[in-house]
Write a protein that binds this ligand. Structure first.
Ligand code: FE
Length: 341
């Protein structure tokens, strides 16, 4: 009888053993993060040192993490989901795996356009998707807006990353808000006509192609260029802030996206998860977060650290970034119609 009980206990423990760190299931927080370990672990360590709350984490791409949360449902050990791009955060909220968190601290530290209206996710850093150009073959006075890259002037001179990447889906989704579908489709069609080479699999390759003379202009997230310039200060590529001047859509500002987080619906440690979110939005963590990946703070009280200052001030598009999620499907279909692969 006793051995049967012991056996039962072993089976029970084994059944619980699929999550991370199963022996201490009730201790600390579990974070599912699409941010790479080196970009987030220093912050977790700092939070633990300051609060005594341990953090265990699982890193994976955004899609698999969301699928895992959905599959685990209420049994999930995850307390917080951290991922990049409002499109992904919006999908997680739609899938019902996040819960609303009311917090005056979060409302104060994070501009309304960079968080979910229902408080299910919050932007933690800003990622600007901007124009980059060859300092050898382009005069910045020739540049103005994303839309102008569809002009004849750039025929055979443009490089883009694939339309399969959520970054470009979000960019096009926000352009639909600014210009409507018809005008946006003709812009995207113009981009496709101007491509020097087929779209690349990542932003680094866009910058490398410009440096190598394959093309003259492209669109990338600023942190890719910032990292590459840090490695090679002589890189003949720099950034241009588009859509800074003019009326309406022309002057709406550079496309801003976010990395962000939400508390899971399944969380058994909501108070601590909320505490971590609030801490991440505070000035100390915001500065670290920006420096770790050369992104921009969401908290307007944090002044730009030195390496980011070199790219100058810019005006960002202030449409609610949730729109990037809502119009993601429309953007994908539009890019497909326009022949953007
Ligand atoms: Fe990226």
């Amino acid at each position: 009888m006793r051995s049967l009980l012991v056996l039962g206990l072993v089976v029970l423990l084994a059944a619980c053993g699929e999550g991370p760190g199963s022996q201490k299931a009730d201790e600390g927080l579990v974070v599912y993060t699409a941010r790479k370990e080196h970009l987030i672990k220093p912050l977790f360590d700092r939070f633990t040192a300051q609060t005594g709350i341990p953090i265990r984490y699982v890193t994976d791409a955004a899609g698999p993490l969301l699928a895992r949360l959905e599959a685990e449902g209420e049994r999930s050990r995850a307390d917080l989901l951290i991922t990049v791009d409002a499109g992904n955060l919006w999908q997680a909220a739609q899938a019902g795996v996040l819960q609303p968190i009311g917090s005056d601290i979060l409302s104060t530290n994070i501009p309304a356009a960079l968080r979910d209206a229902q408080n299910r996710w919050f932007g933690l850093s800003i990622r600007a998707r901007t124009i980059v150009y060859s300092t050898e073959r382009v005069n910045p006075s020739e540049l103005s807006t994303y839309e102008a890259l569809a002009d004849e002037q750039w025929s055979g001179r443009l490089c883009l990353r694939t339309s399969k990447k959520v970054y470009n889906q979000s960019l096009v989704a926000t352009m639909i808000v600014a210009r409507g579908e018809e005008a946006t489709e003709s812009v995207v069609g113009g981009w496709v006509n101007n491509l020097a080479v087929p779209p690349f699999s990542n932003d680094n390759k866009v910058v490398e192609a410009i440096a190598a003379g394959q093309c003259d202009v492209g669109i990338v997230n600023t942190y890719y260029l910032a990292r590459m310039v840090a490695e090679d200060p002589a890189l003949p590529v720099t950034m241009f802030w588009p859509n800074q001047n003019g009326e309406g859509a022309d002057g709406r500002g550079v496309h801003l996206n976010i990395s962000g987080a939400g508390v899971t619906k399944a969380s058994k440690h909501v108070a601590e998860a909320k505490q971590l979110l609030e801490w991440l939005s505070g000035t100390d963590a915001q500065l670290q977060l920006a420096l770790l990946n050369q992104e921009y703070p969401v908290n307007p009280l944090v002044s730009l650290p030195e390496p980011l200052k070199r790219w100058g001030e810019f005006k960002g598009d202030d449409i609610p970034i949730a729109e990037a999620g809502r119009l993601q499907g429309a953007a994908i279909r539009l890019m497909d119609r326009a022949g953007y692969r």
